[in-house]
Ligand binder design. Structure first.
Ligand code: 2YH
Length: 259
């Protein structure tokens, strides 16, 4: 998954409200309710320590402030450490953080210091976006298409298989596809199949991965991918419901996952 930019995180509260409304309309549940059903628990009141990390490409503007906004949106107490990196970690633990949130260029983790659970953003994001796609109330079957089988797509595909869906998937990387076929029993999807889906979970860092031949009219596309895999003209022609935002759903899923 590509590195987030400060621009991706602008207007996060507007993006959150819009997506919460779309999720509610297409699944009958809002984001918080989806998380509660998905993980079978409520969040409680853990204190969240958010640590800026300077490694690699360094601090991303709006990143830690966006995390704090999300934590507070879900009713939790959170704080951003004054210092980054190891000094920030010491500060977070000393100030009583129950859960640590921190990211470098490769991985973004939530670590619960009380119960030792840890989750990566890749897995938590894959699970929640796949789950939302699978909850489409107007779906006409249990067939679902997963586009992209990297860390996010694979986690989502695994979740869908465990939920009993008929999972079809594609990825230009033949090794990724073979692994998902062998380990999860998904069906490889080829556009020559002429099969169309009303539920699509897209998990690639590429634009225009969704073509007309893949989707039913009035389908649901759920994607954390930046840029969006759904070309806008296809979205409006097929009146697609699109769930897509850069950070909130993944972070919500991370928090519930480590509680
Ligand atoms: O955006 C990222 C990476 N793509 C990992 C996310 C996985 N979905 N990392 C954010 C880096 C944040 C930076 N180190 C900071 O501001 O603390």
């Amino acid at each position: 998954m590509a590195l987030l930019t400060p621009q991706d995180l602008e207007n996060l509260s507007v993006q959150l409200e819009e997506n919460d409304e779309i999720v509610r309309r297409v699944t009958g549940l809002n984001i918080k309710q989806i998380c509660e059903e998905l993980y079978g628990k409520e969040l409680g009141f853990p204190k969240i320590g958010i640590i800026p990390i300077t490694a690699g490409n360094g601090i991303i503007g709006n990143f830690t402030s966006s995390l704090l906004f999300i934590v507070q949106y879900f009713g939790l107490e959170g704080f951003i450490t004054e210092h980054p990196d190891i000094t920030g970690y010491y500060e977070a633990v000393s100030q009583g953080a129950d859960i640590i949130l921190m990211a470098d260029d490769h991985i973004f983790v939530a670590h619960n210091l009380r119960n030792e659970k840890i989750v990566s953003n890749h897995v938590a994001t894959g699970v929640i976006y796949a789950d939302i796609a699978s909850r489409f109330e107007e779906a006409n079957s249990k067939d679902i298409l997963v586009i992209g089988l990297g860390r996010v797509g694979y986690a989502g595909a695994c979740h869908l298989v465990n939920k009993g869906f008929n999972v079809y998937a594609c990825d230009p990387n033949k090794d990724f596809l073979k692994k998902a076929v062998d380990e999860l029993g998904i069906k490889p999807y080829c556009s020559d199949d002429r099969k169309k889906f009303s539920m699509v979970f897209e998990a690639t860092p590429n634009a225009d991965t969704i073509s007309e031949g893949m989707i039913e009219e009035r389908c649901l596309v759920s994607t954390p991918g930046i840029p969006c895999g759904l070309p806008p003209e296809i979205g409006s022609k097929y009146r697609v419901d699109l769930v897509m935002e850069p950070l909130v759903l993944g972070v919500a899923s991370m928090l519930y996952s480590v509680i």
